[in-house]
Design a protein around this ligand. Structure first.
Ligand code: SAM
Length: 262
């Protein structure tokens, strides 16, 4: 019976699947074409796309100059190969919020190649410290090289290679943190809500702590948005923008200011 049921279920969903494919055919084609091109390039070059980006930055940016590293990244990602960095447009919103807040202790969730890490570190005041969390070891290895190439040492930027749900509970005990002034979330969207709740429970958020979360509209983080609406713990707004290195896909960044427990 189970053998007969599964084809029947598959057949029942086929019209829905076909409708979705036809409706979003433009994105499907772009998506699969990008994946095929990427696999082909991985085979031909023997490098990952992150390693290819790093090779370009090494040969086109000036060591110790964060601006030139970000510019080289932006050229590579807009003209050659997409990497999901925050990008220049949303990056400028992040820059402005960091300038206004002037935070001393910052947590970043989702380092990838270190683009946003360099962007954040560049905007921080003297004496500030940034903890950036990345669970993928290969991405973290590239990020470490990019961050150090930009001129930020271990005292200013510490890269933590582990999943966020293992790191957040240990921020006090292992890293001696007492308060987070600024949190930038740009890891897997399904982790936004549980990680925010974990941060609330940790006692590391104080009145005025700012949390900025990327991609809350695309791919979207509905549970996270529902939580911030319902919890009453935040003053918040959405900065509307487009997806990094694209024109047509609408996206947004959420800006939250923690109000403390009411
Ligand atoms: C969108 S990329 C980050 C881009 C980066 N913030 C930038 O703008 O340059 C997401 C990264 O988050 C990492 N990641 C996803 N979930 C994570 C988690 N739970 N803990 C730590 N890293 C995570 C992925 O491995 C990936 O490298």
């Amino acid at each position: 019976i189970p053998e007969m049921v599964s084809p029947a279920i598959a057949l029942a969903f086929l019209p829905l699947l076909l409708t979705l494919i036809i409706r979003y055919r433009y994105y499907f084609v772009l998506f699969y074409r990008a994946i095929l091109v990427r696999i082909w390039k991985d085979c031909v070059t023997g490098l990952t796309r992150e390693e290819r980006a790093y090779q370009y930055i090494l040969t086109h940016a000036t060591p110790g100059d964060p601006d030139s590293i970000l510019d080289a990244f932006d050229v590579w990602c807009s003209k050659v190969e997409f990497i999901s960095n925050i990008g220049p447009k949303k990056g400028k919103i992040l820059d402005r919020l960091l300038m206004e807040q002037s935070p001393l202790t910052v947590l970043e969730l989702g380092t990838h190649c270190g683009y946003s890490t360099v962007r954040i570190a560049r905007a921080l005041p003297l004496g500030a410290r940034l903890y950036s969390v990345e669970m993928d070891q290969r991405n973290a290895a590239i990020a470490e090289k990019i961050i150090r190439l930009a001129g930020f040492d271990d005292d200013m930027v510490e890269l933590i290679v582990n999943p966020s749900d293992e790191v957040i509970p240990r921020l006090r005990s292992d890293y001696g943190l007492e308060r987070l002034d600024f949190v930038f979330m740009d890891h897997w969207k399904k982790s936004y809500c549980p990680d925010l709740q974990m941060l609330e429970g940790s006692g590391l958020l104080g009145k005025g702590s700012m949390i900025v979360a990327d991609n809350v509209l695309f791919p979207g983080a509905p549970k996270f948005l529902r939580h911030i609406r319902k919890s009453g713990l935040y003053e918040w707004k959405i900065h509307r923008a487009t997806l990094e290195y694209s024109k047509g896909i609408r996206d947004g960044m959420a800006e939250l200011v923690y109000q403390g427990i009411k």
